[in-house]
Design a binder for this molecule. Structure first.
Ligand SMILES: NC(=O)c1ccc[n+]([C@@H]2O[C@H](COP(=O)([O-])OP(=O)(O)OC[C@H]3O[C@@H](n4cnc5c(N)ncnc54)[C@H](O)[C@@H]3O)[C@@H](O)[C@H]2O)c1
Length: 323
């Protein structure tokens, strides 16, 4: 009822005036933000100013293979002091060889991200031996590719420990130094499977959805406390041809190449982007899941995209164990 909201006291008048003022300011700024975003979308990377990573300590988890190895090589070429963590000693050796072959230095640490105390211990070692971490890329991930009733309890726990819980330990270890130096960047690697539930991925998709919430909440906390020079980027790629989802043959879009994913991720970090969804076209499809009837979404997924059918062919790859 309008009567119930009658404006009759000066303090209420003031608060209505404040809301109106903030809303007008928001609308004016929104026009600027949209124009700015359009402008930067149209400017090619080659001519736009990008953050330099030269001399920065960049830590890549899961740097012993797949996208992590590509990131290590490309970051070293940009002059970053690269640190890689992985559970696989052999994987780390290959990454180090690839970086050293090009004439750059790299530091590597065997770490099981599923082990909280091992993560904290490795973080202390990095701080002592290499220095303050400027960019943290939480890239490591694991997938079992089983339906819920076939997933063992320990597989579910491992997926949670590696894909999301480890992000808490690494960020708690490195963020305080970023805040005290006023410089830092936290990169959270999620997945398109963290934006859209996927067959045989009740554990994987759920942890990747959690990365989205983790990133968005962390971003909010950083901004709310005025840490505007600490950046946060969420990376959500579609299937990547690294073997993680071996056997899967998506129907409409081929898998992305790890080289392209690493390159796009680094560009996104250098532009201080908040979100990086690959390929970009997926951004326009996602709202459909909230807008279309659920039956239509399922039919699109099952009949046209054949998502569940392609995940039925999942083989994956052997898992490295802690050595
Ligand atoms: N491959 C895809 O299709 C795909 C799609 C979307 C998102 N992603 C995500 O991208 C990231 C990189 O994936 P990728 O394709 O390079 O995978 P990958 O399997 O090739 O590499 C992941 C790395 O993480 C390491 N790792 C796994 N468990 C670990 C643990 N307990 N401790 C330390 N290291 C551990 C592995 O040894 C491996 O080197 C992951 O977060 C993944 O979930 C992958």
């Amino acid at each position: 009822m309008l009567e119930g909201t009658k404006i009759n006291s000066p303090s209420q008048m003031a608060s209505v005036f404040d809301i109106a003022k903030d809303t007008v300011l928001f609308l004016v700024l929104s026009c600027y933000y949209i124009l700015e975003s359009l402008f930067w979308t149209l400017v090619p990377n080659a001519i736009r100013p990008m953050k330099s990573l030269k001399g920065d300590v960049v830590l890549v988890t899961g740097g012993g293979g797949g996208v992590g190895r590509q990131l290590a090589v490309k970051l070293a070429r940009l002059g970053a002091k690269v640190v890689v963590w992985d559970i696989s000693k052999e994987g780390l050796q290959k990454t180090c060889a690839a970086v050293i072959d090009e004439g750059y230095e790299i530091a590597s640490y065997v770490v099981d991200l599923a082990d909280r105390s091992a993560v904290y211990a490795a973080a202390e070692k990095v701080k002592k031996e290499v220095g303050k971490v400027d960019v943290l890329i939480n890239n490591a991930g694991t997938v079992f590719g089983e339906t819920l009733l076939d997933l063992s309890d320990s597989a579910i726990e491992t997926t949670y420990k590696v894909n999301i819980l480890s992000h808490y330990w690494t960020v708690k270890a490195f963020l305080p130094d970023m805040i005290s130096s006023g410089k830092g960047h936290i990169v959270t690697v999620g997945s398109v499977a963290g934006l859209l539930g996927t067959y045989r991925c009740t554990d994987y998709s759920a942890t990747k959805f959690a990365t989205v919430g983790f990133h968005e909440s962390l971003f909010t906390e950083l901004r709310a406390h005025g840490h505007t020079t600490i950046h946060a980027t969420l990376v959500c790629p579609y299937y990547i041809n690294t073997g993680m989802f071996d056997g899967v043959t998506p129907r409409l879009m081929p898998m992305l190449e790890p080289d392209y994913v690493a390159e796009t991720m680094i560009d996104s970090i250098r532009k201080n982007e908040v979100n990086c969804i690959m390929p970009g076209s997926v951004r326009y499809l996602l709202p459909l899941k909230c807008l279309l009837p659920a039956k239509m979404c399922w039919d699109l997924m099952h009949r046209v995209m054949k998502g569940p059918q392609s995940m039925m062919e999942f083989k994956g790859k052997p898992k490295a164990v802690a050595s």
